[in-house]
Design a protein around this ligand. Structure first.
Ligand code: HEM
Length: 123
């Protein structure tokens, strides 16, 4: 699961950097919030969690580790797609819901991750 997180995070890295590149080339910075969060919640946070799980197998194998993995991987794409659509002008009924549900699920994922670190990461 740690290795999976690292590999998924690299996909976010590629998307985040390509989006940054597109914004630079087009001189259109409207998608900056998507770019920043794809890079920070997708690439950096996810890869750090992945490295931590590889270093501390007890945290990786725990129930809270599994719950964190799924919440992060469900919440983040939902939130990112929702924000992307909202910025692109698609503001139909489901888009605000995607952002609200997605961001709540990501917050929950981070809380579960913090719990897991305090409980299962030991020297
Ligand atoms: C080749 C790679 C990258 C390019 C071309 C790029 C490009 C950009 C551009 C054009 C902006 C908008 C600047 C503005 O609104 O004035 C931006 C903002 C931002 N980028 Fe990147 N970026 C890259 C990589 C990254 C990475 C790796 C991260 C984080 C790990 C990152 C984090 C951010 C953040 C947090 C902002 C928002 C800054 C703010 O609004 O003050 N970027 N980037």
């Amino acid at each position: 699961m740690g290795v999976k997180l690292i590999k998924i995070s690299v996909v976010y890295f590629v998307i985040g950097v390509l989006l940054g590149y597109h914004m630079s080339m087009a001189s259109d910075y409207s998608l900056t919030p998507v770019h920043a969060h794809v890079n920070l919640l997708g690439w950096t946070s996810m890869t750090l969690a992945g490295i931590l799980y590889v270093m501390f197998p007890k945290a990786e194998q725990s129930l809270s580790g599994k719950i964190h993995f799924w919440l992060h991987n469900i919440g983040l794409p939902l939130m990112m797609l929702g924000i992307f659509l909202a910025i692109s002008g698609v503001v139909s009924g489901i888009v605000p819901l995607m952002i609200i549900i997605g961001s709540n699920v990501v917050v929950l994922a981070v809380l579960v991750f913090a719990f897991n670190v305090f409980k299962n990461v030991k020297a």
